[in-house]
Structures are given as C-alpha cells and as structure tokens.
Design a binder for this molecule. Structure first.
Ligand code: ZN
Length: 305
C-alpha cells in the first residue's frame, strides 16, 4: 500500500466514523442548481448486485438523471416549482461510462433504466470497430497501457458494437465522444485534433442519427490543452473533465464540467465518501488550473448552451 492510498483509506475511515459523509450529503439536498457527474469504466455481470446496491443507496440522496434533463439545469435555474417537490430536493446525478465496453451495454444501461435514468456512454469508434481478434491488442495499446497480460477480464476489453451503440441512443441514452482512437489530445496538430475529435463526432452522429452533445477527453485530468479544447467546443456542447467537483449551474459552464470516478467494485464506505463531495476541496487547485489553461469563465458570464 502506498502512502497515498493509506492516507485515502484513513480519510474514508475517519469520515465514516464521524458520519461526515452523511452530513455532507444532507447539505447537498438543499440546492437544486447543483449536480454531480460520475465516471465509471467496466460494469461486469458478476458485480451486477453490487452495482444495484450502490445505485439504491445513491437514489436516496440524488435523482438519477439523463443528459437531456441535466442540460435543463442551465435553462431552469433554481426558480422552478420542481425545486419545491420531493424529487427537486434531491440533486440530479448523471452517470457516464468511458471507453464503450460491452458490459456497459449489457449491465449498466438496463440497470440505469430500472432507476428511471439514462447514461452517457463515451465511446471510441475505432475500438467499437475492432474485430474480435483485434480488441484485446487495442485495449492494451490504446486504452489501458498499464494493463498486464493475464490480469484482464473480458469485461475490460470487449467493446460495444456500433449496432449496440445505435440501440442505446434509440433507448434514450446519450452517446458521447471519447476521441476516435483513445488518443491523448495535448500537443496534437490541428489536423490530428480534427481527426480525433471531428471525425469521431461525425461517425457517432451517423451511427446514432443524433447530435453528439457530450465529449470527455482521455487519460488524466490535465491531458488537455487550449487548442484541443477549442476543437471540442466546435463539435460539442458539454465537455467533461476527469477532475472531481460539484457542478453548480449558476457558476459552472457546460463547456467544462467536473466528473468523479466511482467504480462498481468500490466498497460502500469508499463510494459514500466519494459521492459526499468531501474529496472535492482537494481538487480545487486543479479545477482552477484547468479553467485558467482553457480560459473558461466562472460566474454569471457563462454562456448558455
Ligand atoms: Zn478512456
């Protein structure tokens, strides 16, 4: 165990003992201009019951939503009557899934539907088009370079197919762009940026016959630069960062939104801590750095989508 993971385990344990996570969650229920976005990767069938238990707990504090309803945050503000209803007191939570694994199609999509929500599936067209023989090599070289042969379960590397992507879109889920080949965008030439972002958006639009509103860049929270972000802005309304934070529609722009990673395999104390937002202040410097690097305004000047 590294020092970092020891410190994290200690924090989670202390927060659980002090019930600080529950208190923080109760406070979040007071504002309906706030929302949370979650990033998930594989959703294996063997963990279906665990995922359901996590979502049952989540639905006590949040309303599991869709991208369409989430977009309404920038239209309705905090004035609507819905804020006064029971559902309105629970902030919306949007579930997103990265890379386009088949287990997201078989497990995550029907699970969200059973909770009345819909997901955002950030897919990689070149991965979706891999043949059965190519998919594992693509996963190792492009999606998870840290993967060790022998450690991977099929749920990690088996991609969702274009026909499944099309079906999810028809069922009301959003298909998001996660670059054409799972490329690291920082430092790319304009031509390569247009290929990775624009060509990918056009292909997903053809597969789903719908606009592709959402984009999530690959790899770390800072694997992005202003050039890439401008190309993203040309093709998408919503851009999601791998950087935790609560979203407040009065201050945050749809052009740069925060996401926290909460995997299906996490223990209950671990996921409760992450949903509570207690970890968010730790990331505030990084959120500021991203806003500065991409020149995204905060406050009443934000552009409406
Ligand atoms: Zn990814």
């Amino acid at each position: 165990m590294t020092f970092r993971s020891q410190a994290r385990a200690f924090l989670i344990h202390a927060a659980t003992l002090a019930r600080a996570d529950v208190l923080a969650l109760r406070l979040q229920r007071r504002s309906c201009s706030q929302a949370l976005v979650v990033a998930v990767h594989e959703t294996p069938p063997s963990m279906e019951a665990q995922f359901r238990a996590q979502l049952e707990w989540v639905s006590k504090y949040f309303t599991i939503t869709s991208l369409e309803n989430f977009a309404g945050l920038w239209k309705d503000s905090c004035k609507k009557d819905s804020c006064k209803s029971e559902a309105g007191r629970k902030p919306p939570i949007l579930f997103t899934f990265d890379d386009g694994r088949e287990s997201n199609y078989t497990v995550a999509a029907p699970m969200l539907e059973s909770f009345g929500g819909r997901g955002v599936f950030f897919v990689v067209p070149a991965f979706a088009e891999c043949s059965a023989d190519e998919a594992l090599a693509f996963y190792r070289s492009r999606i998870n370079p840290n993967s060790r042969p022998g450690d991977e379960a099929w749920e990690d590397w088996k991609p969702m197919r274009p026909v499944q992507i099309e079906e999810l879109a028809a069922r009301g889920h959003a298909i998001g762009n996660h670059t054409l080949t799972h490329e690291r965008l920082a430092g790319l030439s304009p031509e390569r940026l247009e290929r990775e972002i624009g060509d990918s958006a056009r292909k997903l639009g053809r597969w789903t016959s719908r606009p592709v509103d959402a984009f999530a860049w690959t790899f770390g929270w800072d694997a992005i630069d202003a050039n890439a972000w401008h190309v993203i802005q040309r093709h998408h309304r919503f851009c999601f960062a791998a950087c935790p934070g609560g979203i407040d529609s009065r201050h945050d722009s749809p052009a740069l939104l925060w996401r926290r990673e909460v995997e299906v395999k996490y223990s209950a104390p671990e996921y409760r801590f992450l949903y509570s937002g207690l970890v968010d202040p730790w990331w505030s410097t990084r959120r500021k750095r991203l806003r500065k690097r991409l020149r995204v305004l905060r406050g009443p000047d934000i552009e409406q989508p």
